[in-house]
Structures are given as C-alpha cells and as structure tokens.
Design a protein around this ligand. Structure first.
Ligand SMILES: Nc1ncnc2c1ncn2[C@@H]1O[C@H](COP(=O)(O)OP(=O)(O)OP(=O)(O)O)[C@@H](O)[C@H]1O
Ligand SMILES: [Mg+2]
Length: 216
C-alpha cells in the first residue's frame, strides 16, 4: 500500500482554514478517498491539553521560547500518534495548521530565529513534512472581519494569540507571504478573498496536480 498524502492548511487567524478543511473533507470523501481531518495545536489527548495551555490566558507571561517549544511538543505527539500511522495506512491526511504556523507566528511574528524554530520543529516531526501546504492569502482587514464573524458565530472572545491584535496579525499576514517564497516547492498560495466554493475548487485542482506528480 502506498503512503497517503499529507496536506496542511495555513494562513492567518480567520482566513478560512477550518471552513475549507470541512469542504475538502466532503469533496475528497465523495471521490472515494479515506481522509483524516486533524488540527493543531491539538489532535491528540496530550496535544489538546497543550492547546488549552497555549490559548488560554492562564499563562499570560509565557515567554516566546516556551511558546515555541509547547507548539513543537504538541506537534511531536501528533505526528507520532496520529499523522504518521495514518499516512503509513494510505490515509489522506488534512491538517489545519502545521509547521508553518510555528515558523510564522513564533519565528517571523515573535522574532525568534527562524533557523531555531525550524530546527526544533524538524526534530518534532521526524522529517514528516507535508506533501503540499496550501496557504490562504487574505488582507489584514478581511482576516479581522472574518475573525469577528467567527467569534460571533461561536459566542467566543479572542484567544491568547488572537488577542495580540492587529500589529501581530499584520506580521503574520506578511510572514505567510515570506514563507511561500522560501519553500516554493511545498507551499502554494491561494487567493482566499473569494467565495468559499471558488477557493475549494482551487485547492482540489492543486491536490490533483500533486497526485499526478506523485504517480508520474
Ligand atoms: N471565503 C470566505 N469568504 C467569506 N467569509 C469566509 C470565507 N471563508 C470563511 N469565512 C468565514 O470567516 C470566518 C472564519 O472562518 P474559519 O473559522 O474557517 O477561519 P480559520 O482560518 O479556521 O480561523 P482560525 O485561525 O481562527 O481557526 C467564519 O465566519 C467563516 O464562515
Ligand atoms: Mg480554524
């Protein structure tokens, strides 16, 4: 049995990752694929505890390096317990955020050296990098508006990371553009300012291109 494909979805808070992940899941299952949807931080029992520590306000004084290492710890468990076993079984894995979130949020966003963030995360993922990373490109204004819409839908306020506000979000939006230029063989940027169905169609097309290249 051949290894499953691993797709990560990336982009700033509110850009539409979870919306697109659900649409992709439906579409790929209709195509007869066995698909796992998972998300970070989290995706395992340990990861969900770490997620809660990272996103709650209980540890407002968390330093940047501790934050980076906690994300990496959650990812290490996720890869070992969930992602690698499913890929080995031939399952198609869609992950809502992965290594690039750390490179952008803790590296480019908080100013930790990118080589440190990448190095720690390479240890965490055991070399298991996505076959394709889809980054949703949106303006800061759209991300803010969508984030507000999501918070209204879910009757929730901003989490500890979202609460860093517009200056940080602006760095994150720019950071995703920088990252796409750094890893052009793995990351594709998609214009996510359009209606959700058009965005989904574009992602499916990128996935078909990937599948053709893997078969060739
Ligand atoms: N293409 C789109 N056009 C307009 N609104 C959208 C689009 N995609 C998603 N939304 C809306 O934007 C809000 C945020 O979407 P979603 O929760 O999917 O984003 P996210 O990237 O997963 O956010 P987070 O990073 O906070 O998890 C939701 O209200 C969703 O309905
Ligand atoms: Mg989401």
């Amino acid at each position: 049995m051949s290894r499953g494909l691993f797709i990560s979805l990336e982009g700033p808070d509110g850009c539409g990752k979870t919306t697109q992940a659900q649409a992709l899941l439906r579409e790929l299952r209709l195509q007869g694929k066995t698909v796992l949807f998972t998300r970070e931080p989290g995706g395992t029992a340990l990861g969900e505890v770490i997620r809660d520590i990272l996103l709650s306000y209980r540890h407002a004084n968390m330093c940047s390096r501790a934050e980076m290492l906690l994300y990496a710890a959650s990812r290490a468990q996720h890869v070992e317990e969930v992602i690698l076993p499913h890929l080995r079984d031939g399952t198609f894995v869609i992950c809502d955020r992965f290594i690039d979130s750390s490179l952008v949020y803790q590296g480019l966003g908080l100013g930790l050296p990118l080589t440190d963030v990448y190095g720690v995360n390479l240890v965490a993922v055991q070399g298991c990098l996505p076959d394709l990373t889809v980054t949703f490109r949106v303006s800061v204004a759209s991300a803010c508006a969508r984030l507000r819409a999501k918070q209204a839908e879910t009757a929730s306020g901003p989490d500890r990371i979202e609460a860093r506000g517009i200056p940080y979000l602006t760095k994150v939006v720019a950071g995703y553009g920088q990252l796409a230029a750094m890893f052009p063989e793995r990351i594709v940027e998609i214009d996510a300012e359009r209606d959700p169905a058009s965005v989904t169609r574009d992602i499916i097309e990128k996935i078909h291109t990937l599948e053709r290249s893997v078969k060739a």
